[in-house]
Design a protein around this ligand. Structure first.
Ligand code: NAP
Length: 253
């Protein structure tokens, strides 16, 4: 068993679950963090164990400061180390409304979950990585094409992902001297619960040429990029943004 440990936030479902399973296949021990869906977390753990991996589900709301501290403490009590943090958990606004109708409470909730939570969780985790002298520790932020793509019906989500872009740059800059590389993956159109309300709409847009690679992405395809970073395939890169988006980011004529 590889002794390396990955803490994956929001790993009960969707992309986070695929990341946990893919890392487990490579013999990483994984912390499956989730907020509310315990059944999904148990299912994720079962999949991790089916591929011969070892994991532990930990309930914690990453938007909550005390929960973040407990998440890190429980992880260290269980595995005694953290080599990789994957900031994956995020949410869209509970209701998509026009920018001119966006509420402060929705803004606060989305920003606390998608930006403030990952920022302060990363701070907590890297302090411990440094104390524990973890070699080749790594941070991966799951961003989004929404970092630079305006959707006026979910402005708070776009703002949170744009902020995450700077968060990646800041930590990459600060942590280089500590030997901790920081990466951001930017998925595009991945078939998960998060995108389920717009599956039909995006299906039509993809058929009409939205992306050069004319198909949906699968969670496992994002997970493969995480595994490549976890396996240290990019040791001389930090602050790097890897688009996992069917080529959506390309400007085209
Ligand atoms: P998803 O299917 O909605 O799953 C989200 C996961 O995050 C769930 O396991 C959920 O936990 C967890 N979560 C949400 N809020 C949390 C909180 N406050 N604390 C702890 N866990 C929390 O989402 P997804 O599509 O897999 O998205 C994963 C990441 O990829 C997100 O960062 C998202 O922004 C990004 N992304 C996705 C797409 C896409 O096309 N799907 C595109 C671009 C970027 P529970 O199960 O307990 O609710």
């Amino acid at each position: 068993m590889n002794e390396r440990v990955a803490l994956v936030t929001g790993a009960a479902r969707g992309i986070g679950r695929a990341i946990a399973v893919a890392l487990a296949k490579e013999k990483w021990r994984v912390v499956i963090n989730y907020r509310a869906n315990e059944d999904a977390a148990k299912e994720a753990l079962k999949l991790v164990e089916e591929v011969g991996g070892k994991g532990i589900p930990i309930q914690a709301d990453i938007a909550d400061s005390a929960d973040r501290a407990r998440l890190v403490a429980q992880t260290l009590e269980t595995f005694a180390r953290i080599d990789l943090l994957v900031n994956n958990a995020a949410m869209g606004p509970r209701r998509r409304v026009d920018l001119l109708e966006m509420t402060e409470s929705s803004y606060d909730e989305v920003m606390a979950t998608n930006l403030k939570g990952p920022l302060f969780l990363t701070q907590l985790v890297v302090r411990r990585m440094i104390e524990l002298k973890i070699e080749k520790a790594r941070i991966i932020n799951i961003g989004s094409i929404s970092a630079y793509t305006s959707s006026t019906s979910r402005g708070e989500y776009c703002l949170s992902k744009a902020g995450m872009g700077m968060m990646t740059a800041l930590f990459a800059h600060r942590l280089a001297e500590c030997g901790i590389n920081v990466y951001e993956l930017r998925p595009g159109f991945i078939r998960t619960d998060m995108t389920s309300p717009v599956w039909d709409k995006y299906e039509r847009m993809i058929a009409d040429g939205l992306t050069p690679i004319a198909r949906w992405g699968e969670p496992e395809e994002v997970a493969r990029a995480v595994v490549a970073i976890a396996q240290d395939c990019f040791p001389l890169s930090t602050g790097e943004v890897i688009n996992v988006d069917s080529g959506f980011h390309l400007r085209r004529l």
